[in-house]
Design a protein around this ligand. Sequence first.
Ligand code: ZN
Length: 205
Amino acid sequence: MSRPSKIVCIGLNYAKHAAEFGNPIPKEPLIFLKPPSSLVGPGEAIVIPKGVGQVDYEGEIGVRIGKRARHVTKERSWDFVDGLLAINDVTARDLQKADGQWSRAKGFDTFCPAGAVTPLAQVDRKALSVTTRVNGKVRQQMGADDMVFDIPAIIAHVSRIMTLEPGDLIATGTPSGVGPLSPGDVVEVEIGSVGSISNPVVAES
Ligand code: ZN
């Protein structure tokens, strides 16, 4: 996959995930960025840095932009998408809580595993779901109908703030059931009707 100009992420976009952290549901999509340097592909290791405390998986539906998008309406938003993919928004949870700002907690190298893109024409958009497994055990499982803001609403919102370029990725938020990763684990994010990504977890050497 060519490197995107940016990875836009949505926070607290599933009601049950907001509740598990005691947060209210946002009135508008809450956005943050992960750096392109955090990307890794299928089978590449997620490296847990030294001294960061707890590191969590966050399985998410990923969107790849196919056409430059600026001030896009919800109705036209899918025209600017070339496909969907599985993304793991790996997060250093203790740093996220300590910093308030999320760039450090979400921005380490290897903290954005991203799977192969399935062309939109091959995706059943009504069957989208997120399943995350750690060492084969299901930890997250939810349908996209539980999202607070759906994909068209997210694209419309983000494209009013920043121009989305071809290749840019959007991670659309994680359902409830987030939890920690440890060296030696294998974490898999599967997006229903799209595909999956699996990565081993290692400690920084
Ligand atoms: Zn996330």
